[in-house]
Design a protein around this ligand. Sequence first.
Ligand SMILES: [Zn+2]
Length: 178
Amino acid sequence: MTDAEGGAGMPAAGAGSAEDEGWMRVALEEAAAAQALGEVPVGAVLVRGGELVARGHNLTHTLQDPSAHAEMVAIRRAAQTIGHWRLLDCALYVTLEPCTMCSGAIVLARIPRLVYGAPDPKAGMTGSLGNLVQHPRLNHRVDLVGGVLERECGDVLRAFFRARRRRPEPDAPQEPLE
Ligand SMILES: [Zn+2]
């Protein structure tokens, strides 16, 4: 499948620019950092004016914090770096379609642009289950591109859960892509 085909029913899915792919590769580095900790491998970066503002990876298990998704970690760090809760002029890159919580945080932070890699048919809230970041009754709409390096982003997750199935744990997280 080419990037241009996107996922069925996904809004604005399409090929990212070379710049989008470059930042998604940085997000993939963060996903690898999560995996090294035994976390579900999801990574995120926030970029402003072509410069990296913050990066983050999933730390849910490490911190025992259900809100420590990659996007939330990156958003908190970016707000600290910028010194403001509004992340204007920023683009968020994340390897997996954001969940309900992260989609809400993206809207609350007024992030103007979201680029994600693999869709999450089980929990994604930027196209799969619904689309919070482009909700017609919210006063903030996000420019959205999905499917950037979709194959690579999804393969990292599929490999993680394939290995996890061979050594299951009682509190193993839900698999997003299966
Ligand atoms: Zn999330």
